[in-house]
Design a protein around this ligand. Sequence first.
Ligand code: SF4
Ligand code: SF4
Length: 117
Amino acid sequence: MKYWRTPLDLDRVKIPRGTVHIIIERCKGCSFCIEYCPKDVLAFSEDYNRKGYHYPKVLETGLCVNCNLCEMICPDFAIFSLPEPDPADSVDAPQAAAAIEGAVESAQRSTAGSSAN
Ligand code: SF4
Ligand code: SF4
């Protein structure tokens, strides 16, 4: 972003980064998350989910600013973002990432199970 004047605290402000998680089987392909993402992080995948919809995919990692707009706008709770762990934090990043992946897989399984019934 190009500023017409330089903010005094520019060197102190850290741009947040996020990781997008998509629960593929919940998506109904409405494209809200893709259209309204302010950083154009998302695009439709060429693949289909079990309901027959194209679902979003992340175009390029490292662009998401964790604004959570996709999460707020999705009518089916099929997408969310989480802040990327700061290496300076004491949180065990690989352990936290594994816990998140486990939660997403669990949500995928429960959605797939309920749609099969
Ligand atoms: S959190 Fe914000 S920047 Fe990241 S994918 Fe969602 S809408 Fe885009
Ligand atoms: S807003 Fe939700 S339902 Fe719509 S395309 Fe994005 S993930 Fe799928």
